[in-house]
Design a protein around this ligand. Structure first.
Ligand code: ARG
Length: 378
């Protein structure tokens, strides 16, 4: 055993997990066995001396890709090997962190030809996270509570919005339904601070419909890149609490969930009515028909704007192909059926017709309990 330092209650890195990870890394990225032995000895020594170790860029790069490959809720994992990994472990101050987040958005957005990207900040230390972004995604819209109890904007973020206002954030002079929320960033050396998101870093798409001209009157828009910023990346016994990552949208996430859900933008009945459907009926499938038009509009608008977007049939086929490749490589296919198939139209794809291994081994992405509700600082 390694001697404990009494001065601080540092929790040692789990050496079994570190070793298992290195074994996996050296097996999947074939190198000489002696290289493994050298690296393993190095890691053990560093942990003995400091309680932790520093991963190489190659380890983080492969670890992040494997974490994606093993993420049970993602249907787009067929692209795991293409993940671009950005090393931002040098960022110390809130300003430096914000700069890296901005660069992440710029690089990932790529004028619409979205690149799946992750930016990895400093690993957690003995006292927990060293860098934290409270926001659950890098781009989200404010929700403003009105005196009559209604909410203008994204209802899900009403609590976060009012917390930011209490901390001093000033919404635009004319608040809208689609005001990008600022970042709330904290580092181990600085108190939490609000940083505005540079507008130039946020690509957005206005929603219109290919055949229903009135759709534009709904005034809907959405941001191009979903960048999840509240999940902890765990590789080889190390935690990276700040490691924002993005893929690109599946139409349904915006159309059915964000626009359709009653506790988000709640647009289904409105769209149904504009379509002339009786929204009181339980025999005309008005919700589904409204959702289909919403999906049509979102997919059409994104593609017309040159912003990469997936649709469920192709995505389901990609998932099936991914599963086939994993199995032929002798690996288990991890997946949560209800998330994989949670999309409008997934019943028509091949991924509907099988189950997946629900285990969640590391490397993986974790949503800590303190962060599952509305965004806040852990
Ligand atoms: N469903 C989330 C949203 O609407 C995004 C989750 C990640 N999606 C993705 N395609 N990578 O913002």
């Amino acid at each position: 055993m390694v001697p404990q330092d009494d001065e601080d209650d540092r929790s040692e890195v789990d050496l079994d997990e570190a070793r298992a990870w290195l074994e996996m890394f050296f097996t999947e990225k074939p190198r000489r066995r002696s290289d493994f032995e050298t690296r393993w000895a190095e890691v053990k020594t560093e942990v003995a001396l400091t309680g932790s170790y520093t991963q190489t860029f190659a380890e983080i790069e492969w670890g992040a890709r494997v974490a994606w490959r093993q993420s049970v809720r993602c249907i787009g994992r067929g692209r795991w090997q293409s993940l671009v990994v950005r090393d931002a472990r040098h960022a110390r101050t809130i300003d430096e962190v914000a700069q890296e987040l901005t660069e992440h958005l710029r690089f990932a957005t790529n004028e619409g030809r979205i690149r799946s990207t992750i930016t990895v900040f400093r690993a957690d230390g003995p006292n927990g996270p060293r860098v934290v972004v409270a926001n659950d995604q890098l781009v989200r819209y404010a929700g403003y509570s009105q005196p009559d109890g209604s909410i203008v904007g994204d209802q899900r973020y009403a609590g976060f919005t009012s917390m930011l206002r209490d901390m001093g954030w000033r919404p635009p002079a004319q608040p809208s339904r689609f005001d990008v929320l600022p970042w709330l960033i904290k580092t181990s050396d600085e108190r939490p601070r609000i940083v505005p998101v540079p507008p130039a870093a946020v690509l957005e798409v206005s929603i219109t419909h290919p055949t229903l001209p009135w759709f534009a009157e709904l005034g809907l828009r959405w941001h191009a890149v979903p960048t999840i910023s509240n999940m902890r990346l765990r590789i080889g016994g190390l935690d990276y609490s700040c490691a924002p990552f993005n893929g690109f949208y599946l139409a349904d996430e915006i159309a059915t969930r964000n626009f359709g859900d009653a506790d988000r933008y709640d647009q289904l009945a409105l769209v149904g009515q504009r379509m002339g459907l009786d929204t009181g009926s339980d025999t005309n499938f008005w919700q589904m028909r409204a959702a289909v038009e919403l999906n049509t509009a979102v997919l059409h608008s994104f593609r017309a704007a040159g912003v990469r977007m997936a649709e469920p049939a192709a995505e389901s086929a990609l998932m099936a192909e991914f599963a086939r490749r994993e199995e032929s490589a002798g690996r288990r296919v991890f997946g949560d059926w209800s998330w994989i198939n949670g999309h409008l139209g997934s019943v028509f794809g091949p991924s509907w017709h099988r189950y997946y291994d629900t285990e969640e081994p590391n490397p993986n992405f974790w949503l800590d309990p303190a962060r599952t509700a509305e965004p806040r600082l852990p």
